[in-house]
Design a protein around this ligand. Structure first.
Ligand code: NAD
Length: 489
């Protein structure tokens, strides 16, 4: 059981009227309140440009909790800790008022000068906000100052560096919490336990026993109303640079000496450093990009990416990426890590499939194909693990049949496990940065991704090259089949 330790802090949310704040942050804070991590000594300031009153803001907060209210934890009482400050982040005067309110709440709620700043707004404001927080004295308080920032962390290595330098003027590396909500997911955090608490797994976790590893993050939705953002980003920057490379590093890293933030990050960085750099013509050997065209899903006609709002009708932006990553170290030499992610695919799933090598020979007769052993880690929407094995078909003879050993993860009340955001905010309040990305990880991933993006931006692909509702372009299947494998479905 996790020890329930009350957290004392002022939480300032920049972008307090936005989608992320409403859908994720307020419900997560409420969950922490119902679990006793937040009690009396906390306050939340929501800031944005709109001229809201405290009362109106609190109504919005209560509204965001519809359906998750818990008996004994009055949403109104929770919302009474919330304050609204109309604030233009580019305007210096706004910070003076915000600082006065912060100091006042610090006294009123006895917050010991602990401050968490959550930047839930467009990244082009991050640098300005950080430098104002510094120049206006927000971070000279008695307690801790921590900064949570949302993705995207830059658009390439150069812009990420620039952003990082501007943040570092106000915050130390250990005060910056770069959120990657995949790292807050229960089954992602479970990877370390599955690996390091099971000798039958860890002893096989290498190139002698594993044929290939597959990481799939597929979405059924299209770009929806995020065309403007997506045109600048694409699947490579939006999904591979952060979520997928984070997952790969957790799968590939060596066992840390201890389960501390520093040791785990150190091993993740080493794994990322072992990633084979793919550049120039090799990009076409190791990477496949795709863009969805129109299609019919569940009887509904859907438009292609190029027909979406704010998308160029000749767009060269990829909505799908598949790749073969190689980790050139002793453990993984020769084992491909296939990754794929995309929009408008046939199903919504995040899963990892570890395919083990086959037995040296099939003793059960030529007519019986033995499926390989596969360990599947289901991240979402299902959470759990499945081990695919072969057993004897009951009855006479020695016929084999595949079976699945399943462990489905669900919390005792039948609900899904805590939201990633809830866990990550709690970790940050606790000063635990293990499941946030360190700058070294971010810079190594950009360095890797930039080389692929450079090739793609210089050549035009024959888009669209996959139909909505399929699992991406045919070339993605070839990428795997030419090595003698197939995607695990
Ligand atoms: P949003 O557009 O809904 O909200 C943006 C907020 O910023 C609003 O409150 C707006 O009033 C405020 N704002 C804009 N300009 C301002 C200014 N000059 N001064 C003060 N306030 C200003 O955006 P969102 O969807 O909540 O996303 C916020 C951040 O989180 C983005 O970086 C996004 O990439 C990231 N993110 C969002 C989600 C999500 O589920 N919405 C998921 C992952 C990451």
């Amino acid at each position: 059981m996790t020890e329930v330790k009350e957290q004392v802090a002022l939480i300032t949310i920049f972008g307090g009227t936005g989608d992320l704040a409403n859908r994720k942050l307020y419900p997560s804070l409420y969950h922490l309140f119902t679990k006793g991590f937040l009690k009396e000594n906390f306050a939340v300031i929501g800031t944005a440009r709109r001229p809201w009153t405290n009362e109106f803001f609190r109504e919005k907060v209560v509204e965001s909790l519809k359906g998750i209210e818990k008996e004994g934890f009055d949403p109104e009482e929770f919302a009474s800790h919330f304050y609204y400050q109309s604030h233009d982040v580019t305007n210096r005067e706004s910070y003076v008022e915000l600082k006065d309110l912060s100091d006042e709440l610090d006294k009123k709620y006895e917050l010991q000068g602990n401050r968490l700043f959550y930047l839930a707004m467009a990244p082009n404001f991050f640098g300005t906000i950080a430098s104002r927080l510094k120049s206006e004295g927000f971070v000279d308080n008695a307690g801790f100052s921590r900064l949570i920032i949302e993705k995207p962390f830059g658009r390439d290595l150069a812009s990420a560096k620039e952003l990082n330098e501007s943040l570092r003027q106000a915050f130390d590396e250990n005060e910056i919490y770069r959120i990657d909500h995949y790292l807050g997911k229960e089954m992602i955090q479970n990877i370390s336990v599955i690996r390091f608490a099971n000798s039958i797994i860890e002893s096989l976790w290498n190139n002698r026993y594993i044929d290939n590893v597959q990481v799939t993050l597929s979405e059924t939705l299209g770009v929806e109303d995020r065309g403007r953002y997506y045109e600048e980003s694409g699947a490579l920057r939006d999904m591979v640079q952060n979520h997928i490379l984070q997952i790969v590093s957790l799968l590939a890293m060596e066992p840390p000496i201890k389960l501390t933030t520093q040791e785990i990050r150190h091993e993740k960085v080493r794994a990322l450093r072992s990633l084979r750099v793919i550049e120039g013509d090799d990009v076409y050997k190791y990477f496949v990009r795709g863009q969805y065209g129109p299609g019919k899903v569940d009887g509904e006609d859907l438009l292609g990416y190029r027909q979406a709002e704010n998308v160029d009708s000749n767009s060269n932006t990829e909505t799908f990426v598949a790749a073969k990553l190689m980790i050139d170290n002793f453990r993984w030499s020769g084992v491909p890590f296939y990754i794929r992610t995309g929009k408008r695919l046939a199903k919504k799933t995040t899963q990892i499939a570890i395919q083990f090598k086959n037995v040296p020979m099939n003793l059960f007769g030529p007519g019986q194909s033995l499926g390989g052993n596969v360990l599947v880690i289901h991240i979402q929407p299902d959470e759990g693990i499945t081990l695919h094995m072969n057993v004897k078909e009951p009855g006479q003879g020695m016929l084999t049949m595949p079976v699945n050993l399943n462990y489905a993860h669900s919390s005792p009340d039948g609900m899904n496990t805590p939201e990633a955001y809830e866990k990550l905010i709690q970790d940050c309040l606790n000063g635990d940065a293990t499941y946030f990305s360190h700058w070294d990880e971010v810079s190594l991933s950009w360095n890797f991704v930039d080389k692929v993006a450079a090739v793609w931006s210089n050549t035009k692909e024959h888009f669209p090259n996959y139909t909505s509702g399929t699992m991406g372009p045919k070339e993605a299947d070839k990428l795997v089949s030419q090595d003698g494998f197939e995607w695990f479905e």
